[in-house]
Design a protein around this ligand. Structure first.
Ligand SMILES: CC(C)(COP(=O)(O)OP(=O)(O)OC[C@H]1O[C@@H](n2cnc3c(N)ncnc32)[C@H](O)[C@@H]1OP(=O)(O)O)[C@@H](O)C(=O)NCCC(=O)NCCS
Length: 153
């Protein structure tokens, strides 16, 4: 397995992961747009030995703030540390381009993702009511300040 920067040709592989992971997946066209907008976005992919995309993570950065757009790993590869690896690679790239703080939204029922985020240094800062659909659910907004980013081996 390797983690590398996403390329424009990765849109279909990312879309396949997206469809497995979310009830309302981004379209392949939306993903293509994200991958082209390199001034504002950064995306990393998890690639198997066979060259297939098994996960991805993305972020927007504006001035000194980052916003994680999505992180997902195919079900067969979960629980093996790859989600954490993807996020760490992404977050360290965000610190390098000048982010001082990174935000994200997560479903309030998504306790495994929240556990992952807390492990990395994120804390809940607010709730967005009915942010998600299918099913309708609140989002917990979490923030990781650069100085709170945790690195533990
Ligand atoms: C969230 C997701 C990316 C995590 O990826 P993963 O590869 O399974 O996670 P990892 O194996 O790297 O786990 C890292 C940490 O996450 C937490 N975690 C992961 N799975 C967990 C679970 N089932 N229960 C509780 N905590 C869990 C733990 O803190 C874990 O650290 P530990 O192993 O030291 O306890 C993956 O579950 C996924 O793709 N889910 C569907 C999409 C999604 O919900 N994305 C988040 C949207 S906001």
């Amino acid at each position: 397995m390797i983690v590398r920067k996403a390329q424009k040709t990765d849109a279909s592989g990312i879309f396949a992961v997206e469809r497995e992971a979310f009830s309302v997946p981004w379209s392949q066209v939306a993903i293509q747009r994200e991958l082209q907008n390199t001034a504002l976005t950064m995306y990393y992919v998890l690639v198997t030995d066979r060259g297939d995309i098994a996960g991805y993570a993305g972020l927007w950065h504006v001035a000194d703030e980052g916003q994680i757009t999505n992180v997902a790993v195919l079900p067969a590869f979960r629980g093996k540390g790859y989600g954490e690896l993807l996020l760490r690679v992404l977050m360290e790239a965000a610190w390098r381009v000048g982010c001082a703080s990174i935000f994200l939204e997560v479903r309030v029922s998504n306790l495994s993702a929240q556990q992952l985020y807390r492990k990395l240094g994120y804390a809940a800062v607010s709730v967005r009511r009915a942010y998600y659909s299918q099913p309708t659910e609140d989002a917990c907004v979490m923030e990781c300040k650069k100085e709170r980013y945790c690195w533990s081996i």
